[in-house]
Design a protein around this ligand. Structure first.
Ligand code: UD1
Length: 337
């Protein structure tokens, strides 16, 4: 059993990861500043796992608060989710992205060094690849030019880790590059419930279907893809969550000498129209959508080769796009009651 500090544990991927860690026998402490989440999610996590969650209201930007957490507990590993994640918002508010995503991470790493925590897992993103020349992308695919300040904070985060790993070889690092997480826990007690307006495809689809939005805008139908719409790799949040548990166990067991970087995607690219069609099948209803101009900053196509995660972590996705749409739709219906 490991004792794991989860930053951003009240967030979307964080809350599902708390469940998976607890389900696999690990102890967790969660910290969050609720900038884009709500502490009520912990009650749902407690209900699912039938265990009490140790959580605190801590902002990574406050070093004294953060140090207090490390003084109170001895952690085997830290999983760092807490960050802002909207591509469009990051273009308008770059400084809050650098402040939260970079300054917060630096404080956290200082604590790892000071308190001797040996294992660190970082939430990175497929956005670090930019517009890749070859698909699917593998971990050695060159880092591309960042298409947004958000993507740049993930690239910088990875670079900070590279530098810190040289200066502090006693700390082991795992970088997880997420593709497009979607879906909800099968209990439908937790799901994606950001405070900020949803702008990712799957929540926009379910919000349109339930009537919160008049129509879904499909951003561009003239890309060089099989139906003209962008290709992405949608990965169920439960599969993604489990990869974090495996990453903690891997770092502790294998003590890798170099940074362990993994793509976490389904390996399948789906176009926007294919995602819409899957929703229509699963929900048995037509979706109101219309084609509009391209969205600035969108890459044309990206999907993962996850064979490294399969080989070293023993991870492979168990759920598919239909499971994603089924649980996302059930979650939307539940939270709109
Ligand atoms: C991006 C990042 C991802 C990051 C995520 C965080 C890339 C390649 N990916 O995901 O790493 O974790 O932001 O938010 O940069 N779409 C529509 N209409 C909509 C919404 C989306 O057509 O209303 C389309 C987009 O054009 C895109 C696809 O759906 O082709 C997925 O978009 P979205 O869910 O926003 O995720 P990404 O931009 O791929």
């Amino acid at each position: 059993m490991a004792k794991v500090l989860v930053t951003g544990g009240a967030g979307y991927i964080g809350s599902h990861t708390l469940v998976d860690l607890i389900d696999h026998g690990h102890a967790v402490v969660s910290i969050d500043n609720y900038l884009n989440s709500d502490p009520s999610v912990y009650q749902s996590v407690e209900k699912i796992t039938n265990s009490k969650i140790d959580y605190e209201d801590v902002d990574l930007k406050s070093m004294p608060d953060l140090k207090r957490v490390f003084e109170e507990h001895t952690f085997d590993a830290v999983i760092h989710f807490a960050a802002l994640k909207s591509v469009g918002d990051s273009v308008e508010n770059p400084l809050s992205y650098y402040e939260n995503n970079i300054a917060g991470m630096v404080n956290l790493l200082k604590c790892l060094v000071e308190y001797g925590v040996e294992n660190f897992i970082f939430s990175s993103s497929c956005s670090v690849y930019g517009n890749a020349d070859e698909l699917p992308v593998v971990e050695s695919t060159p880092i591309g030019s960042a298409e947004s300040p958000y993507a740049r904070t993930k690239q910088i985060g990875e670079q900070i880790i590279a530098d810190v790993s040289v200066a502090h070889p006693d700390i082991r690092f795992c970088v997880l590059r997420y593709f497009n997480p979607a879906g909800a826990h099968p209990s439908i007690l937790i799901g994606e419930s950001a405070r900020n307006k949803a702008n990712n495809l799957v929540p926009v689809i379910t919000e349109t279907a339930i009537g919160k939005r008049a129509a879904l805008h499909v951003f561009g139908d003239n890309y060089d893809t099989r139906d003209g719409t962008c290709i992405r790799d949608y990965i169920h949040v439960m599969d993604l969550a489990h990869a974090h548990t495996l990453a903690v166990e891997y770092l502790i067991r294998e003590k890798p000498q170099s940074i362990a970087t993994f793509n976490l995607g389904s390996g399948t690219g789906s176009t926007v129209l294919e995602v819409i069609k899957t929703f229509e099948q699963v929900a048995d209803q037509k979706l109101n959508f219309k084609m509009v101009d391209r969205r600035p900053g969108d890459v044309e196509a990206v999907y993962a080769d996850y064979s490294l995660a399969k080989e070293l972590l023993g991870w492979s996705p168990q759920l598919d796009l239909k499971d994603i749409m089924r649980t996302a739709w059930a979650w939307e219906q539940h939270r709109s009651k």
